[in-house]
Design a protein around this ligand. Structure first.
Ligand SMILES: [Fe+2]
Length: 340
């Protein structure tokens, strides 16, 4: 499950020895974010500071691992996506509060935990993917997706996926629980197929003609359009356009990527230095250009590709509210049989 990239995590005794002896010049990162994205930034960090970065990548289980490791955990920084996972780290008590004038200057306060346990690094818009051939409109709302117009035409990934739960949690905040359940029932009734796959898989469904419309994050479309390794994804992406939902109203739902400082960080100062670095221009520009996310630092631009998706009017609903509504959203997904 875990993939080791650099450093000494594979051999516990050597690892413990090396952390103990060269603590001042290392930082240990547990990352849910994929290697191709963050490795170039971490190399820059090492170039600038001389601090060596050891990274443990995994798709899941890192917070549980930190819980099990307790105060002997080598983790200094956890990098993850979604407010749900950030708040999960806080709730499982693997984070610690910290304050940094650099972070505070770079990241607007609505993207930072008021208690200092997590810091947002980038935002990502959860938009509508629509068939270029079969969907004429260029404006839409999330609410409309439950309407009869889309019967048998909608595809999404699992309702329990973190990105979908955060979106549903935002609908609960805007409309209340009763209306959101009805909305979920409508969306479920419109499904062209059982929820499956990831965000890219929905675009493939549009390409194949299985579905006409879906929900996904902006950067996946950008990644598919530029995917030289799997060029078939360029064909999928060419069949779909992005519509920014609720652009004229409350705005498009955003999810967050971010960092926490580990509760038992053995290299605490270096961990803070790394988080600070990830909020600075150079890293924020890399997030924007390499992964086509929205940088949070004011003055850092978006990529040309993301600009081509249209103007962003971001929903400003606070992230704590979204995090708090996630459990109810998850229960609703089961209640309406979303994934069945
Ligand atoms: Fe993602």
């Amino acid at each position: 499950m875990f993939r080791f990239v650099t450093g000494c995590f594979m051999v516990a005794t050597f690892c413990a020895l090396s952390i103990a002896t060269v603590r001042a010049s290392e930082v240990n990162v547990y990352s849910y974010r994929q290697p191709y994205l963050i490795e170039p930034m971490l190399e820059k960090f090492t170039d600038e500071t001389g601090i060596k970065v050891n990274v443990l990548f995994a798709g899941k289980g890192l917070v549980d691992k930190m819980v099990q490791e307790g105060d002997s955990s080598p983790a200094d920084v956890l990098l993850t996506v979604d407010i749900g996972r950030l708040s999960d780290a806080v709730n499982q008590e693997v984070s610690q509060s910290f304050s940094s004038s650099v972070v505070n200057a770079n990241i607007p306060s609505q993207y930072r935990d008021p208690d200092g346990h997590w810091v947002g690094l980038t935002a990502r818009a959860r938009v509508v993917y629509a068939s270029i051939d079969r969907v004429a409109q260029d404006e839409i709302t999330y609410e409309e997706l439950a309407g009869p117009k889309w019967a048998g035409r909608l595809c999404t990934r699992s309702g329990q996926n973190a990105y979908n739960l955060a979106l549903f949690a935002s609908l609960i905040a805007h409309h209340g629980e009763a209306e959101t359940i009805e909305w979920l029932k409508g969306v479920k009734a419109n499904m062209a197929r059982t929820p499956q796959g990831n965000d890219r898989g929905q675009v493939k469904g549009i390409f194949s003609g299985e579905c006409d419309i879906s929900i996904g994050n902006t950067y996946y479309m950008a990644k598919m359009r530029t995917n030289d390794k799997e060029p078939e994804q360029k064909d999928w992406a060419a069949s779909a356009k992005i519509i920014m939902p609720n652009a004229d109203g409350r705005g498009t739902h955003m999810n967050l990527s971010g960092a926490v400082l580990a509760k038992h960080a053995p290299n605490q100062d270096n961990g803070i230095k790394l988080i600070e670095f990830l909020t600075e221009d150079i890293a924020q520009e890399m997030y924007a250009e390499t992964n086509h996310e929205y940088p949070l630092k004011e003055g850092v631009g978006i990529s040309d590709m993301v600009a081509s998706f249209g103007d962003l009017n971001a929903d400003t609903l606070d992230l704590i509210t979204i995090a708090n509504n996630r459990v109810v959203a998850s229960e609703m997904v089961d209640l309406v049989g979303y994934d069945e």
